[in-house]
Ligand binder design. Structure first.
Ligand SMILES: [Zn+2]
Length: 318
């Protein structure tokens, strides 16, 4: 095993027009934007990097940290097949509705955008009473009807609005039409990509007084014209001091929710780094003090580490 230790990360922030202030007010995020739409809690993306916040490498971006110690050593052997850092983890505070959007799969994205496509997963951290999100279509629909409904503004009549509650999980395979609804705070685990095709934006204008660009033709190319495919239900596993439930697993990430009663002993082996996102409580994560919303990166080959204290966390590995 290596000399690596878990490190806390400072996120990058985004002030998109639909954001709120809960990431500062409830989660104590150090950001003074008027609106904080997103905090990128585990990110090597060029549009917003996580920065090491603890230990001797404090101040390095996660990308610099990986360059310093070597990709295979830090990320683990299961990441050797990926050219770039494979995932991106965000907290998203939707004070208002997000645009209706879709992401392409790898094949399309690499051909057309020179980037990865995007499969993503949402965990509802908190939400207002009656909040809904948009997840695929109610029924199968033809491309012609999809196009027509975009043009005459009746798309929302055929999309699937799902009421949500805390703890709900949505698996959004590339090609699934989706939108986070207002009043929802979500943890998003996704493939490391920023390619989004916006289809409908409620006619809103941005800070510059203009409507945001739509990408109808590309969306028509990639959208799955059918109800969304959810991830099969998985059992809750009882472990020593905590329970663990797999939320979803795909080629790029496996994500679990852990309900820790006393302590969870975990291992970051040589195959993959671990990422811990704290949802509730103030646990000690491998020697790092945390509050809810904090993100801890555990390099591959760190070996055993413990999460101590009553808490709920999301664990992600490749
Ligand atoms: Zn999305």
């Amino acid at each position: 095993m290596s000399n690596f230790k878990p490190v806390k990360l400072t996120p990058a922030f985004k002030d998109y027009l639909w954001g709120g202030t809960r990431l500062r007010d409830d989660f104590k995020k150090p950001c003074d934007f008027d609106k904080i739409a997103e905090s990128w809690e585990l990110s090597c993306h060029k549009d917003g990097q996580s920065v090491i916040a603890t230990g001797e490498d404090k101040g390095l971006t996660l990308t610099q940290f990986i360059e310093k110690y070597g990709k295979s050593a830090v990320l683990g052997s299961d990441c050797d097949k990926f050219e770039n850092f494979p995932i991106l983890i965000k907290l998203i505070d939707a004070k208002d509705n997000l645009s209706v959007q879709v992401h392409p799969d790898n094949e399309y994205a690499q051909r057309v955008e020179g980037e990865y496509g995007k499969t993503e997963m949402w965990y509802v951290v908190d939400c207002d009473e009656g909040a809904t999100l948009l997840y695929g279509f109610k029924d199968k629909i033809s491309k012609e009807e999809f196009k027509e409904r975009i043009e005459n503004n009746t798309l929302l009549e055929v999309t699937n609005a799902v009421p949500v509650k805390k703890g709900d999980v949505f698996f959004i395979q590339a090609g699934t039409l989706h939108a986070i609804g207002k009043g929802i705070l979500i943890a998003e685990i996704q493939q490391n990509s920023n390619t989004t095709y916006r289809i409908y934006d409620y006619g809103r204008v941005g800070k510059d007084g203009k409507t945001r660009e739509l990408h109808i033709d590309k969306a028509l190319d990639v959208t799955e014209l059918a109800p969304a495919k959810s991830y099969p239900e998985t059992p809750v596993e009882q472990k020593d001091g905590y329970t663990q439930k797999l939320l979803s697993s795909c080629e790029y990430f496996s994500t679990y929710v852990l309900d820790i009663d006393t302590e969870a002993e975990l291992v970051a082996d040589e195959k993959s780094f671990n990422s811990i996102l704290v949802l509730e409580g103030t646990p000690d994560v491998g020697g790092v003090e945390t509050i809810k919303g904090d993100s801890v990166f555990i390099p591959a080959s760190t070996g055993k580490y413990a999460i101590k204290g009553k808490s709920k966390v999301i664990l992600t590995k490749v």
